[in-house]
Design a binder for this molecule. Structure first.
Ligand SMILES: Nc1ncnc2c1ncn2[C@@H]1O[C@H](COP(=O)(O)OP(=O)(O)OP(=O)(O)O)[C@@H](O)[C@H]1O
Ligand SMILES: [Mg+2]
Length: 354
């Protein structure tokens, strides 16, 4: 009965996002979506630190939400996962594998034996009469893969794929789609930015094809630390204050304490923008004509009040939080979720070419 349903888990440093759904043609149907705080000190940057507490929180959440799908895709992000875009001449089918491995061994600072190497062809093109492919390579430490396999098997799930967030996002933006009613994304270059707790993940997607992804070591946590210092609060209290009281869009007639709060939020975002700008510059200076037209935000910290207009004013391009994507259909039980919180998990459900 549940054979075609998939379970997708986006294991974040702050929250575990869980989605049950299925792909139907070009659409993704979301049956259930729920999230739960990642237990403290149980997980960090791709590394499982406390398997037992992760097992029990995931298992408990699946039971509480009556999620029955077993076939599991987990999406993660980690500074120890290496992704690179490489260009190779096209070779006969079957030879690409060894060629990619050879390239990785030559040019990446890793021992191949310690990594699982995956790749996909982004696009094919001709250069000086030679047909070539642009290939996205991901090298994931074997230890990470094995630990995840073990974790899911021990809670009776069937691990199917270990995905990386930027790949999950690239699948959402592949082919025609409408984001917040805008249909023109296939003609544009867009920046899709996941603002989480520990990390910001920047994906640059041009005409539906991912150009590259970069992980920035900043996120909502920076603001919590900032607020905690300014107001002498615990990190937990600071986070609450951030979510409930800050609004960086309003700046007139504010009480002095609200002004201090908003400034604390803004100073962190200013740092993020500087980092994001560096990533953009890498792209725009790489080839003439490269230009980013629009930014879409997702991840928990994309819900900061006023963040989109604030970034718009500093980056000088349209910025929107992702609110609605036409190919993502929410069922009755999940109709109230914020898509921006679940986009990695939703993208993980999409399987291209299968
Ligand atoms: N309404 C809100 N306003 C402001 N910040 C929010 C809001 N809701 C959540 N956040 C912040 O979003 C962050 C959590 O987001 P998310 O769940 O995407 O992180 P994560 O995926 O666990 O982290 P990472 O991607 O870094 O591993 C926290 O810093 C939290 O305080
Ligand atoms: Mg995240």
């Amino acid at each position: 009965m549940f054979w075609n349903k998939l379970l997708a888990i986006d294991l974040g440093n702050k929250n575990i996002k869980i989605v049950e759904g299925k792909q139907q043609g070009n659409q993704v149907i979301i049956e259930k979506a729920t999230s739960v705080a990642t237990p403290l000190h149980s997980y960090n940057d791709g590394q499982i630190l406390d398997k037992e507490s992760l097992k029990s929180i995931i298992h408990g959440t699946l039971e509480a939400s009556n999620i029955k799908a077993k076939k599991t895709i987990c999406s993660i992000e980690s500074t120890s996962i290496i992704t690179r875009e490489i260009t190779l001449p096209n070779v006969k089918e079957g030879e690409m594998d060894s060629m990619v491995k050879y390239e990785v061994e030559q040019y990446l600072p890793i021992m191949l034996d310690d990594y699982v190497v995956e790749y996909k062809v982004l696009n094919e093109f001709e250069e000086e009469g030679v047909s070539k492919s642009r290939i996205l390579v991901a090298a994931i430490p074997k230890l990470i893969v094995e630990n995840f396999l073990e974790l899911f098997k021990e809670i009776n799930l069937k691990p199917y794929v270990l995905d990386v967030n930027s790949n999950a996002i690239s699948k959402v933006f592949f082919k025609k789609l409408k984001v917040n009613q805008d249909e023109s994304n296939l003609e544009k270059t867009i920046g899709v930015i996941d603002i989480g707790h520990n990390f910001i993940n920047v994906d640059i997607i041009s005409k539906g094809i991912v150009q590259f992804s970069r992980l920035i070591n900043s996120g909502g946590k920076d603001i919590d630390i900032n607020i905690a210092n300014h107001f002498n609060l615990s990190l937990e209290e600071a986070e609450k204050k951030k979510i409930n009281d800050s609004n960086i869009e309003k700046n007139i007639g504010l009480a002095p304490s609200t002004e201090i709060l908003n400034d604390a939020v803004k100073s962190s975002i200013d740092n993020w923008i500087a980092e994001i700008n560096r990533v953009f510059q890498y792209y725009t200076t790489r080839s003439t004509g490269n230009k980013i037209d629009k930014l879409y935000l997702h991840g928990g910290s994309s819900s900061l009040k006023g963040i989109a207009p604030y970034m718009h004013s500093l980056l000088n391009m349209p910025v929107e939080q992702i609110k609605d994507i036409d190919k993502i259909k929410l069922s009755k039980t999940s109709e109230n979720i914020k898509i921006a919180n679940y986009l990695n998990a939703i993208g993980a459900i999409i399987r291209l070419g299968r």
